[in-house]
Design a binder for this molecule. Structure first.
Ligand code: ZN
Length: 216
């Protein structure tokens, strides 16, 4: 499988955050998986990494507060940096994601969310949550808003919402301003990797009641 043209790529904030290694692990995982599928974003991150290296070399050591080093070391301990791989991997999941799942699609331990929709939460450090989502072809995710940032990367099939259509490799970046209802395209079940740093805001009662149960 060669890298196809991805339409929806990373923004500068995420590219910088990833290059600097300051994103929560769940976001690192989504970004690294996207980078494995998107040459454009990978080139962007590489240029930020080059800038970061140059800045570090030319700047004298900055004064740090007493707690800064300790909290920095704590972050390094808990938030794993996930490395993107440019080389294509066999199967649906690019390499960094296969490491987390312990294999490809057939290794996922899905849990039902009802109506054929399924999820699998992946083990990452606290601060943000990463999950795989399975949305049957033609089915919708309950409409919702966001309390923080939600990254959704399509791995199989496609979905459409109020913003646009998203296919394999595309990443949707949603924040407090977006209310949407993703609907999987007909023809193929949609599988996404999503990360959130705050619970979603569901607009109808039933998903809201089920929320604590599914940690969504
Ligand atoms: Zn959303």
């Amino acid at each position: 499988m060669k890298n196809m043209t991805v339409k929806h790529t990373l923004n500068d904030e995420l590219m910088m955050g990833y290059a600097a290694g300051i994103l929560p692990e769940a976001f690192n995982l989504v970004v690294a998986t996207h980078l494995s599928l998107c040459d454009e974003s990978r080139a962007g991150v590489e240029s930020y990494e080059a800038v970061g290296g140059a800045v570090l070399e030319s700047t004298a050591a900055a004064k740090m507060s007493a707690g800064a080093l300790a909290s920095c070391l704590e972050r390094i301990k808990t938030d794993r940096q996930v490395v993107a791989r440019a080389e294509p991997s066999k199967g649906v999941f690019p390499n960094p994601l296969q490491v987390y799942v312990g294999g490809d699609l057939d290794s996922v331990r899905w849990r039902s969310l009802g109506n054929g929709t399924k999820q699998a939460i992946l083990p990452t450090a606290k601060g943000a949550t990463a999950r795989l989502l399975f949305i049957p072809a033609g089915c919708a995710v309950p409409d919702h808003g966001h309390r923080g940032t939600e990254l959704t990367l399509v791995l199989q099939g496609a979905f459409a919402d109020e913003v646009d259509r998203f296919g394999r490799g595309d990443i949707e970046i949603a924040d407090e301003d977006l209310n949407h209802q993703p609907v999987a395209e007909m023809g193929e079940d949609c599988i996404c990797l999503a990360a959130t740093d705050a619970p979603l805001r569901f607009n109808s009662l039933l998903p809201r009641l089920m929320q604590p149960l599914f940690r969504i």
